[in-house]
Design a protein around this ligand. Structure first.
Ligand code: HEC
Length: 103
């Protein structure tokens, strides 16, 4: 393989690794999170999915533990318009962030 070819491949691998690191480092909700929040694990898991889909296009998604539940409430108010959130997405994303927030 030519040197430029190897370089391009290396750059692609790096880009993939960076992408994977962002979404992959977001915690997946556990049964304990769902029980504590009083919601189903399915809804929390769906919320994580909508969060990645809606909130990582402009900046890397913040980990839920970087904010308290109250702070997430305010941040989501700020960002709902930016992300053009449907009411259902806003509810699911809010559930995920507040349930896994810093305590
Ligand atoms: C259209 C681009 C865009 C999208 C989509 C977006 N954001 Fe942001 N976000 C920004 C910009 C720009 C800033 C920095 C300026 C600011 O605070 O308004 C920011 C800042 C933030 C901050 C730090 C400031 C704070 O209020 O604590 C958080 C947290 C945040 N975004 C969360 C989210 C969440 C949650 C979503 C999904 C609902 C989201 N963002 C979607 C553009 C975006």
């Amino acid at each position: 393989m030519s040197a430029p070819g190897r370089l391009a491949l290396g750059a692609a691998a790096l880009a993939l690794a960076a992408l994977g690191a962002c979404a992959g480092s977001l915690p997946s909700p556990t049964t304990a999170d769902a029980t504590r929040a009083g919601v189903s694990l399915e809804r929390l898991t769906a919320g994580r999915g909508r969060y990645v889909a809606k909130c990582s296009s402009c900046h890397a998604p913040f980990a839920p533990t970087e904010r308290t539940a109250d702070e997430w409430h305010r941040a989501l108010d700020d960002m709902a318009d930016e992300a053009h959130l449907a009411a259902s997405d806003r509810e699911l994303i809010g559930l995920y962030l507040r349930s896994l927030a810093r305590r």
